[in-house]
Design a protein around this ligand. Structure first.
Ligand SMILES: NC(=O)c1ccc[n+]([C@@H]2O[C@H](COP(=O)([O-])OP(=O)(O)OC[C@H]3O[C@@H](n4cnc5c(N)ncnc54)[C@H](O)[C@@H]3O)[C@@H](O)[C@H]2O)c1
Length: 381
């Protein structure tokens, strides 16, 4: 599906002409509680076309809230959806687009998906998920993560307006940027990677490493523009490959401990990488063990490190510096729920086989569970 991406400070001015070109008479603005504080709020509120807004959802949105959005879209007779927000907002908007012409008497998650044809405009206000360029949406139903995938939910128009990042709190800046970094890395080593996805990953990872400090600590404008673009590239990369084990192991951490998505993913990644680097003989990528070792070396270089061991150490040091730490007070029940939550389909994209014992061992290490001796046992006893 073709997508028009416009980027750079001031690109928000293009909105009126986009809405006119698609002949919108009334659009639905999907935004969250951060909208009133955004630098672009006035430009959106002063657009020539009338709109209704929908904000009744939370970060890591739940299915029931999406249904409320579908009802409003239909009742208000809108013809376009505009998402202004982070990954949660964009995912809600994607689902509203997908569900709005489906049978409302049945659960949308259980029906066949078709293109509703409703134009979708996405204006990300975090630099992280790259959701504005993926065919995925994530919602939670009965506390279980649901991955919705359909080509038609890739937004038709994307405006990457970096000035919106000015109001993003520092902790959210870190979490969302780390999500983009992990997406870039995971996509790079995914068994589904190809030359195009690897090129996107390389741009995303190198750019994040180069600009992260000035973006997070100095509020630098150029850095914000570069990180926003990098996040978009990381989205384009996972749109080809999907994510791997670090993402698969993160979702339950988010729901149990209420950890932002990027926080949860980034605390998993170094442990998984170390395990994979020590066990390349368990490589399941048909391109082979040597290929995977070379990929690990390429990723290490993009992280300004000489080899995977150094890169993993540097990644861990970076998390400590940003004060991104694992939850403490982890119960045995938590551990059990985490282990059984991991989606085997998502693990299939991982280049090294991770069986149940490996997952158990990894969660114990990520969460510093129990004594040193307990952590090295790969069962729950
Ligand atoms: N569809 C995909 O391809 C994809 C990919 C990765 C992640 N995701 C999903 O995206 C969600 C996470 O999205 P996210 O990390 O962008 O965060 P988010 O959308 O959940 O927002 C996090 C917080 O930041 C606030 N916020 C957002 N932009 C702001 C701004 N400019 N100024 C001030 N506050 C602002 C929000 O109000 C919210 O409180 C998760 O549900 C995750 O599963 C989707």
């Amino acid at each position: 599906m073709s997508q028009r991406i416009i980027s750079g400070n001031g690109c928000i001015k293009e909105l009126n002409s986009i809405l006119r070109s698609i002949k919108s008479e009334k659009f639905m603005l999907v935004c969250d509680s951060s909208f009133p504080f955004l630098s672009i709020k006035n430009q959106i509120c002063e657009l020539d076309i009338p709109f209704v807004s929908f904000s009744e959802f939370t970060p890591n949105p739940i299915y029931e809230d999406v249904v409320k959005g579908v009802d409003l879209f239909q009742k208000a007779n809108c013809d376009v959806i505009m998402a202004v927000g982070g990954g949660s907002t964009i995912d809600v908007a994607k689902c509203i687009k997908l569900y709005s012409k489906m049978d409302s008497s049945k659960n949308y998650l259980e029906q066949e998906y078709n293109d509703s044809g409703i134009p979708l405009i996405a204006i990300p206000t975090t630099a992280g998920t790259g959701s504005e360029s993926t065919r995925y949406a994530v919602v939670y139903f009965k506390e279980q993560k649901q991955s919705i995938t359909h080509e038609s939910i890739i937004p038709n128009y994307v405006l990457l307006e970096p000035s919106v990042l000015k109001t993003l709190p520092v902790y959210q800046k870190k979490c969302t940027m780390l999500d983009a970094l992990c997406q870039g890395i995971e996509s790079w080593w995914s068994i589904n990677s190809n030359d195009e996805s690897k090129a996107y990953s390389k741009i995303a990872v190198e750019s994040i490493i180069k600009y992260m400090d000035s973006y997070i600590y100095d509020n630098d404008e150029l850095a914000a523009e570069k990180i926003m673009l990098a996040a978009n590239y990381s989205g384009r990369a996972i749109n080809i490959t999907q994510t791997t084990a670090a993402h698969a192991m993160s979702y339950k951490l988010t729901s149990i401990y209420n950890l932002p998505h990027g926080h949860a993913v980034s605390i998993c990644l170094p442990y998984i990488w170390r395990f994979m680097s020590d066990n390349t003989n368990l490589c399941v990528d048909p391109r082979g063990e040597k290929y995977l070792q070379n990929i690990f070396s390429d990723i290490s270089r993009a992280l300004c490190s000489n080899n995977p061991t150094e890169a993993i150490d540097n990644f861990t040091t970076m998390l400590k510096r940003m004060q991104i730490i694992a939850p403490n007070e982890v119960s045995k029940d938590d551990l059990h729920n985490l282990i059984k939550s991991v989606n085997p389909t998502r693990l299939k994209n991982n280049p090294v086989e991770l069986n149940a014992s490996a997952i158990t061992l990894l969660y114990k290490k990520i969460l510093s569970y129990g004594s040193d001796e307990e952590r090295n046992k790969n069962d729950l006893a």
